[in-house]
Write a new protein. Structure first.
Length: 728
C-alpha cells in the first residue's frame, strides 16, 4: 500500500500544477507567518490536486523557489511547521542563490522516511545519502568529498545511533583510512586507522560521544609498535609508552624507550627513559601537574651521572654529579629555586678536592678556594657577581706558602684609589694587561696580551696618556709587527712596520703631531719597493713612484693636497716601455694623453681630455707616425666626422658621421683607388636605413664579393673598435 502511495505522489509531483488545479497565493514574513504583500519576505503557492492532495511551493519575493512539497490536507500557513502530520510525499529544498537542490526525500506524517539526499550548494553533486524510518536515521549512510565527489565516510545507523561497521577513506585515492565498530546500541566500539598504503596505523576503543577510551596502540608501516597511550574520554589518562626499533647486523627488536603517566591530560608520576641498546634505565624523573617535581636521576653506562630534586621544574636542594662511567663524584652543590646557592664543591677523579666555590642566588660571590691535587691550597679569591673583585692570594704547590698577592678591580671599583702594580684578566689565570697605576691612571710600561696569554704589545704611559715607545707584536710568532713613538696619545716621528714572518720592513711612515708627514716607503716583500713618496698633513704631496713586483717602474704621479695634479706616466711591466702618459687636473685626466698600442697597424693614440672626459680630437698613428684615423669627442661621445686612412697611401678608407655617440647619416668605405666600396645610411637612432655595394669601377653590386671582404678584413683591422667604441 505504501508503495502505491509513493507512486501516486510522484505522479502528482511531475504533473503540471496548472492542469485541472486550483492555486492560491499566501504572503509570509521572515517568521513564516501570514502577512500582507508589503511586509512579506516569501510567498506560498498552494495548488489543490484532489480532495486530499496539495502541492505547496515556497518562493522568495524574486521568484526563486525555496521548497516544494506534498501535503495530504489543507494547512494554514500560520499553523504549518516542521513535522506537521499533513506533510506526506516528496519534499525538495533549494538554495536561494543558485536555485539548485540542497536536499530531497519523502515525508510520511511529517517524519522523514526512506532515502534522503543532501547536495553541495550550487552543485548537482551529492553531499550525503541517508536511510530514515519514522523520522530516525535507520540504515546505511554515505558521505561524499566536496572536491572529488568520492565516498569519504560510510556506515549504518539504528534508531539514530551509529551501529555496526563504519569506514572512512583517503581522498582522492579512495583507500581505507579508518575502520571502527559500534555494536547493538552500545556507544563503545573498536576503531582502526590505516596508512594510505594499507598498513595498520593505530587501533583501540572509541566512543561516538567522548572519543578515544582505554589503551590505544600505534604502529609504523612495518608493523612495529611505536607507542601505546591510555585515554579517558579522549584525554590522556594512565600509562603511556614509546618504542624504538633496535637494529643489529643480524636481527632487530622493538625496544621500550620511554614510559610515563598522565592524569587528565597532565604528565604526572615517574617518567622513565631507557637506553634501547642495553635496555638499562637512562634517566627517571618525577612529574606533578606537568612539571618536574621530585627526584631526578640521570644514568650513563649503568652508572649514576647526575642526581637531585626538582620543585616546579626548578632545581632544589643538593645535587650531585659523577664522572661519566664511574661512581666517582665530580661535584656537589646546593640549589634554591633553580639557582646555585651556597657552597659548590668539586673533586678530581682521585677524590681530591679541587675547589670550594661560593654562590649567592646564582652569582659566584664571596670567598672562592681552589686546591692542588696534593690537597694544598692553591688560591683564595674574592668574587662579586661572577667576577673577581678585591684581594686574592696564590700559594706555592710545594711549600704551601703565599707567592703572590693581588687586588682585582672591576668597572665598579674606584680606580683613583689604586696605586702600584695592577693586572687585568680575561678570566682567572689568563692575563689581559699588566702595569703600574698611579692614582688610578696608567704610568710607565704596560704589557697587553691576547686571550691565549701571548704578548701582543708594550706601551708606555704618562698620567694615563700614551707617551714613549710603542711596540706591537705578531702574537703567533712573537716577532715585531709595528714600532714607533707616542707623545700625549699622538704618533710622533718614524713608525716601522714589519712583515709577519721576517724582520724586514714592510712600510716606513713618518708622523708629526699624529699627522702623516714626510717620506713614506712601502714594500711588496723584503727589499722590493712597492711605492714611495711624501705625505703632508695626512695626504700625498708631490711626486709618487709605484713599482711592479719585479722591480720595474709601474707609474709616476704627482699629487697636490692628496689628489692627482700634474704629469703622469705609466709603464709596461715586462719591457719597461712607456705605455700611457698625460696630465691630471684635480684628479681627472686633462689635456693631451698619449696611449702606446701594439695592435697592427696602430702604434699610438692621442686623445684630448677635459675633466676626465674625452673632449676634442683623437688621432691614431701607425708605426711610421702617419695618421690612420681622425675624429672628435664631445664629453666622452663621438661627435662629427670620423675618417680612417689606408696606411700606405693616406687615401680615405672609411668616413662616418656621429652625433652624441650615435652613427647618424652616411658611412662610406672606399677602395684604395678612392672609388666607393660600400655606402650606408643611418637614421637619428643609429638604425641602418640603406646599404649599397660597388666594385672598383663604381658599378653597383648585389652583395659584397670576396675581394671586398678581404680588403675590409685587412685594412679595417684595429680601426673598427675606434669607429664603433670609445677607446679605453
Amino acid at each position: 500500500m505504501k508503495y502505491s502511495i509513493r507512486i501516486l505522489c510522484i505522479f502528482y509531483y511531475i504533473t503540471p500544477i496548472f492542469c485541472h488545479a486550483q492555486t492560491d497565493t499566501t504572503f509570509l514574513n521572515s517568521e513564516w507567518k501570514e502577512t500582507d504583500k508589503v511586509n512579506a519576505n516569501y510567498y506560498r503557492l498552494r495548488t489543490k490536486l484532489g480532495d486530499r492532495q496539495y502541492v505547496v511551493e515556497d518562493h522568495y519575493l524574486d521568484g526563486q523557489i525555496q521548497m516544494r512539497g506534498h501535503y495530504s490536507q489543507f494547512v494554514p500557513a500560520n499553523e504549518d511547521s516542521i513535522g506537521n502530520p499533513a506533510h506526506n510525499g516528496i519534499f525538495v529544498y533549494y538554495d536561494n542563490y543558485s536555485n539548485t537542490k540542497t536536499a530531497e526525500g519523502e515525508l510520511s506524517l511529517g517524519k522523514k522516511t526512506g532515502r534522503w539526499k543532501d547536495y553541495f550548494v550550487n552543485s548537482e553533486y551529492l553531499k550525503a545519502e541517508y536511510e530514515f524510518n519514522d523520522g530516525q536515521l535507520d540504515g546505511k549512510a554515505v558521505y561524499y568529498d566536496s572536491l572529488t565527489h568520492k565516498v569519504m565516510l560510510e556506515g549504518y545507523y539504528t534508531a539514530n545511533k551509529q551501529t555496526g561497521k563504519w569506514k572512512t577513506y583517503y581522498v582522492p585515492s579512495g583507500k581505507l583510512a579508518k575502520k571502527f565498530f559500534f555494536g547493538d546500541g552500545e556507544a563503545i566500539g573498536s576503531a582502526k586507522y590505516f596508512y594510505e598504503s594499507g598498513e595498520l596505523m593505530a587501533e583501540g576503543k572509541c566512543n561516538e560521544h567522548t572519543g578515544r577510551e582505554g589503551e590505544w596502540t600505534y604502529y609504523d608501516k612495518y608493523a612495529f609498535v611505536t607507542k601505546t597511550e591510555t585515554f579517558l574520554h579522549d584525554t590522556l589518562d594512565g600509562r603511556c609508552r614509546k618504542y624504538k626499533v633496535w637494529f643489529s647486523s643480524r636481527s632487530y627488536a622493538n625496544c621500550l624507550w620511554q614510559e610515563y603517566y598522565y592524569k587528565q591530560g597532565v604528565l604526572c608520576d615517574t617518567v622513565k627513559v631507557f637506553d634501547i641498546n642495553t635496555g638499562k634505565l637512562k634517566y627517571s624523573a618525577v612529574m606533578k601537574d606537568g612539571k618536574l617535581d621530585g627526584a631526578y636521576s640521570l644514568y650513563n653506562q649503568n652508572h649514576l651521572e647526575k642526581t637531585g630534586n626538582f620543585k616546579d621544574s626548578l632545581r632544589m636542594g643538593t645535587w650531585k654529579e659523577f664522572y661519566p662511567g664511574t661512581d666517582k663524584i665530580q661535584s656537589e652543590a646546593n640549589y634554591t629555586n633553580g639557582k646555585l646557592d651556597g657552597i659548590m664543591t668539586t673533586f678530581d677523579k682521585d677524590g681530591h678536592k679541587k675547589s670550594e666555590l661560593h654562590y649567592e642566588k646564582g652569582w659566584q660571590s664571596g670567598t672562592q678556594k681552589k686546591y692542588y691535587g696534593n690537597g694544598k691550597l692553591k688560591s683564595v679569591e674574592t668574587w662579586d657577581y661572577n667576577e673577581p673583585e678585591g684581594p686574592a692570594i696564590y700559594y706555592d704547590s710545594v711549600t704551601g706558602q703565599p707567592n703572590r698577592e693581588l687586588t682585582y678591580f672591576t668597572d665598579k671599583t674606584n680606580l683613583m684609589e689604586l696605586n702600584g702594580y695592577c693586572a687585568n684578566y680575561y678570566e682567572p689565570g689568563i692575563i689581559k694587561t699588566e702595569g703600574i697605576l698611579m692614582y688610578g691612571e696608567k704610568n710607565g710600561e704596560w704589557k697587553f696580551y691576547d686571550e691565549y696569554g701571548r704578548l701582543s704589545s708594550i706601551k708606555y704611559f704618562e698620567r694615563g696618556l700614551l707617551s714613549g715607545s710603542f711596540i706591537q707584536y705578531y702574537t703567533r710568532t712573537g716577532k715585531k709587527a709595528v714600532e714607533g713613538y707616542f707623545v700625549n696619545n699622538k704618533r710622533e716621528g718614524l713608525f716601522k712596520y714589519y712583515f709577519k714572518n721576517s724582520d724586514s720592513l714592510s712600510c716606513l711612515e713618518r708622523y708629526r703631531n699624529d699627522s702623516m708627514e714626510g717620506h713614506f716607503v712601502y714594500y711588496h716583500e723584503p727589499g722590493i719597493i712597492k711605492s714611495k713618496g711624501d705625505y703632508k698633513a695626512n695626504v700625498r704631496e708631490g711626486k709618487w713612484e709605484f713599482y711592479y713586483y719585479n722591480g720595474q717602474m709601474k707609474s709616476t704621479e704627482y699629487y697636490k693636497g692628496g689628489i692627482k695634479n700634474g704629469p703622469a706616466r705609466y709603464y709596461d711591466s715586462v719591457s719597461g716601455n712607456l705605455i700611457e702618459s698625460g696630465n691630471y687636473l684635480n684628479d681627472s685626466a686633462d689635456g693631451e694623453w698619449i696611449f702606446q698600442q701594439t695592435v697592427e697597424p696602430i702604434r699610438s693614440v692621442i686623445v684630448h681630455f677635459t675633466n676626465g672626459q674625452a673632449n676634442g680630437s683623437l688621432i691614431v698613428y701607425d708605426a711610421n707616425k702617419r695618421p690612420i684615423l681622425k675624429g672628435n669627442y664631445n664629453h666622452d661621445k663621438k661627435d662629427g666626422l670620423w675618417a680612417g686612412y689606408y696606411p700606405q697611401s693616406n687615401q680615405i678608407l672609411i668616413q662616418a658621421n656621429f652625433k652624441n655617440d650615435i652613427l647618424t647619416g652616411d658611412m662610406d668605405i672606399y677602395y684604395p683607388n678612392s672609388k666607393k666600396m660600400i655606402s650606408q645610411t643611418y637614421d637619428s637612432d643609429g638604425q641602418k636605413t640603406s646599404e649599397k655595394y660597388f666594385d672598383e669601377n663604381n658599378r653597383p653590386l648585389e652583395q659584397p664579393d670576396l675581394k671586398m671582404r678581404l680588403t675590409i678584413d685587412k685594412e679595417m683591422k684595429g680601426l673598427a673598435g675606434y669607429i664603433l667604441n670609445t677607446p679605453e
